[in-house]
Ligand binder design. Structure first.
Ligand SMILES: [Zn+2]
Ligand SMILES: [Zn+2]
Length: 370
């Protein structure tokens, strides 16, 4: 028997098994990544509890590691060598369509598991596919010719680089989608890793007022939000967030609202609509709810609100995120609060879901540890 690779495989709702896979033969235009860190986010919590399909999946879509083996053509085209530390985007685009050509792989049909059953996307593609290693909760990850890599600068640890995904979302959603910039007043709802990454992006972009909301159990995260640049924080359970936003903005309301909550129902969107300024504010929303009963469409149109959707990150956002991590300008290492080994994937995902441990912000899965 040849070399084997250990992986944590999702075999059903809330079920994980450790399995071994044969070490793939690396083709000339492919490579193997030795996974150092796989970040876990709220999406994993949802996909673990309610898998979108029954096939076995090695989850883990926020992956950092070292190039262990690279075919000659892969190394040449990707400009990498064995030993290089890289952050791997989870999108594996076709590289031919218009979206891919402009660096927006996230919109490519070939990486969209929702509409394409044969899509390739790390953490979502079944391990039944050739090469098997399509997720970061494994010792190795297979890299085809069209994997998108970002080199991690020297001095940035694997664990810190593991924050590249939430940080790139922060840059994408707050700056590129919602247009936060110089002198913006922003309300960020939810102080999890995503809300905190948005805080940093807004601060660096020059926002003059950053307000972050949370609940009473978020006390430590709200303190961290202040260290990362929030001007004010609101505990929505002990204070009236509408009154506080009005007070903090001199009665005007904020320019932009970013919803980074999870499992909070319609409340964050309704608060966002109320908190926005009288005209032309922007609201960035998540797609958690399938439908929105009694959506206040009249208020939205009267306030001339623009609604934007939170949807992943572009190549440019990832590059900027990696640069920001390397700059050391913000204490982003404070986000990396918890680490788990490969045999603890189940606990690690539950920790992100708030079921295990306290004050969890960002969880790192280290596949070479037990
Ligand atoms: Zn994620
Ligand atoms: Zn494409």
């Amino acid at each position: 028997m040849g070399e084997q690779v250990l992986a944590a495989v999702r075999t059903g709702p809330g079920r994980t098994e450790l399995r071994e896979f044969p070490m793939p033969e690396v083709p000339d235009d492919g490579a193997l990544l030795k996974v150092e860190v796989a970040g876990i986010c709220g999406t994993d919590v949802k996909m673990y509890a309610k898998p979108p399909f029954a096939d076995p999946v090695i989850m883990g879509h926020e992956n950092v590691g070292v190039i262990a083996r690279a075919g000659r053509t892969f190394a040449e085209r990707q400009d990498v060598r064995e030993g290089d530390r890289v952050f791997v985007e989870h999108y594996v685009g076709c590289m031919r369509c218009e979206w891919c050509r402009i660096g927006e792989y996230r919109h490519c049909e070939l990486t969209d598991w929702r509409t394409n059953p044969d899509a390739r996307r790390y953490g979502y593609t079944t391990s039944d596919n050739p090469y098997h290693l399509w997720g970061g909760f494994a010792q190795y990850l297979y890299l085809p010719w069209n994997a998108v890599l970002h080199k991690v600068p020297a001095g940035v640890s694997a664990e810190l680089a593991g924050i590249a995904t939430p940080q790139s979302n922060g840059i994408e959603w707050a700056l590129f989608s919602a247009g936060v910039g110089y002198d913006s007043a922003v309300l960020i709802q939810g102080p999890g890793q995503q809300g905190l990454s948005q805080t940093v992006a807004c601060k660096q972009a020059g926002a003059s007022l950053i307000i972050v909301t949370g609940t009473s159990r978020d006390a430590a995260r709200l303190e961290l939000a202040k260290r990362l640049g929030a001007d004010a924080v609101i505990d929505v359970q002990t204070e009236d967030p509408r009154d506080r936003v009005r007070e903090l903005t001199g009665g005007k309301g904020v320019d932009i609202v970013l919803d980074c909550t999870s499992g909070a129902g319609t409340a964050p969107v309704l608060l966002g609509i109320d908190a926005l300024k009288r005209r032309e504010g922007t609201l960035l929303i998540q797609g958690e709810l399938a439908a929105f009963p009694d959506f206040p469409v009249k208020q939205v149109t009267e306030k001339s609100i623009t609604i934007k959707s939170a949807r992943g990150h572009s190549f440019r956002a990832c590059e900027l995120a990696v640069k920001q991590l390397a700059s050391g300008r913000f204490p982003l290492q404070e986000l990396a609060t918890h680490r788990f080994g490969l045999s603890d994937v189940d606990r690690a995902i539950r920790a992100v879901g708030g079921e295990v441990g306290e004050d969890v912000v960002h969880v790192s899965l280290l596949p070479w540890e037990d």
